[in-house]
Ligand binder design. Structure first.
Ligand code: SAH
Ligand code: MG
Length: 205
């Protein structure tokens, strides 16, 4: 991956170590040959830089869906809260300005398309077949399952489904993404690789 873009990704707020980010980029390069990429959970744009870099290399685009109000686990009092991303006017989280700064800094404004809204209603009206869907939105059981049900049908045959924060040991982290992985693996997606908590599956051709 381009070293300037890697630096931007590293400097961006978020929870994705280098090895997982590079595995995500590699998945984007693999899938980007057959169509556009889509991410659920933009946050401040860290993972969008890894995927956006791949989309640029393949001459395609990355759609990235987020309401930018934070997941349950990002709210005040929870483990992953960051006070800097609270809008001082409304007191609510707003990561969209941070996201835009990241994509500008990365020079990816012509490649990364922000879709600002709730994942499920967008998935319901979505019509563009996708080469890769990366699910990293809310990690509550129902939220993660709804994202899977909404977006998995849009993955092209031979395309990739990528899940983040998958922990098979409950002591290591929440189980919802692992349950989604189990469901995908039983539902037409073949496990391809694991890098830390990042898991890649491929849809049968
Ligand atoms: N992929 C990012 C991190 C995403 S954090 C990175 O690696 O940098 C999870 C994001 O999912 C939060 O920004 C939150 O606002 C978003 N989110 C949670 N539930 C959502 C929903 N139902 N629709 C859209 N976005 C959602
Ligand atoms: Mg994550």
């Amino acid at each position: 991956m381009d070293s300037d873009l890697l630096e931007v990704a590293r400097a961006t707020k978020g929870f994705m170590p280098d090895d997982e980010g590079l595995a995500l980029h590699a998945a984007g390069l693999d899938a980007g040959r057959i169509g556009p990429l889509l991410e659920v959970g933009s946050y401040c744009g860290k993972s969008a830089v890894y995927l956006g870099a791949a989309a640029r290399e393949r001459g395609t685009v990355l759609f990235t869906v987020d309401h930018h109000r934070g997941s349950e686990e990002n709210q005040e009092g929870w483990e992953h809260h960051d006070r800097e991303v609270v809008d001082p006017v409304t007191g609510r989280m707003d990561t969209l300005p941070f996201f835009r700064r990241t994509i500008e800094r990365a020079g990816l404004e012509d490649v990364v398309v922000a879709v600002v809204g709730y994942s499920v209603p967008i998935a319901r009206v979505w019509r563009t077949p996708l080469a890769l869907v990366f699910i990293d939105g809310g990690h509550a059981e129902d939220v993660a399952m709804n994202d899977y049900e909404g977006w998995a049908p849009h993955v092209l045959p031979g395309g990739l489904l990528v899940l983040h924060d998958v922990f098979d040991d409950p002591a290591a982290g929440g189980q919802a993404p692992f349950h989604v992985w189990q469901r995908a693996a039983a539902g037409g997606f073949q496990p391809v690789s694991t890098t830390g908590s990042l898991r890649v599956l491929r849809r049968a051709r």
